[in-house]
Design a protein around this ligand. Structure first.
Ligand code: VGL
Ligand code: ZN
Length: 201
């Protein structure tokens, strides 16, 4: 069985948001349209406490987009985004959420970032998504959302590693940095994932 995963379609990743992805809003009609082709639709939500270690504001003297170390890993310092309970953390109201059966939140631990919907960046903690999908009989995971070069990309890599046939809908995602997406795409392909268009479904 196949499932559709909607990754982080939240106001802070849309063009006017705190960490706005260029043209990120253009993926929403695509994600709404393809949902009818899937018996199961699931969403992820970036959901940080205000004291999250990935926020530049929590590292005095550091600037946004500089790097530091967090939990033993290199960490890009982001603008404050997707703070739990704020509007920026909400799903876009233009995204159809009626069919979404479950929502998996990530980035809740202030000491570690979590780009993938499956595990934190150090793979120490699982969100439960893989077990949930396996429990529902899912063998293939299709995904879109934001941002292509971070959360969608790392979710795709983990999906493949968890044993799912993995497809990224390229017209249903947009990157923060186009060069980063070119590299991430290669990595997904090298690991056996597939990059397709919603028109291939
Ligand atoms: C994301 C950076 C920081 C994403 C989340 O959803 O791609 N990127 N937190
Ligand atoms: Zn985040």
């Amino acid at each position: 069985m196949r499932a559709l995963l909607l990754v982080d379609v939240q106001y802070d990743f849309l063009p006017d948001g705190a960490l706005g992805v260029p043209d990120g809003d253009q993926i929403i009609p695509v994600l709404n349209k393809v949902q009818e082709k899937f018996p199961l639709v699931v969403a992820t939500q970036d959901w940080h406490p205000q004291n999250h270690g990935s926020f530049a504001s929590n590292h005095p003297g550091k600037k946004q987009f500089e790097t530091t170390e967090l939990g033993g890993l290199e960490q890009i310092l982001w603008p404050d985004h997707c703070v739990n309970g704020t509007r920026g953390a909400e799903f876009s109201r233009d995204l159809n959420m009626h069919a979404v059966e479950a929502i998996f939140r990530k980035g809740t631990d202030p000491r570690i970032d979590s780009y993938s919907g499956f595990f934190d960046n150090g793979k120490k903690k699982s969100t439960g998504l893989a077990d949930y999908l396996k429990g529902r009989g899912v063998t293939s995971v299709y995904m879109g959302g934001l941002a292509a070069d971070f959360c969608v990309g790392f979710t795709a890599l983990d999906s493949k590693e968890c044993g799912f046939e993995t497809f990224v809908l390229e017209d249903a995602t947009r990157p923060i940095d186009p060069e980063g997406w070119t590299k991430m795409k290669q990595s997904i392909l090298d690991n056996g994932g597939k990059i397709i268009s919603s028109s291939d479904l």
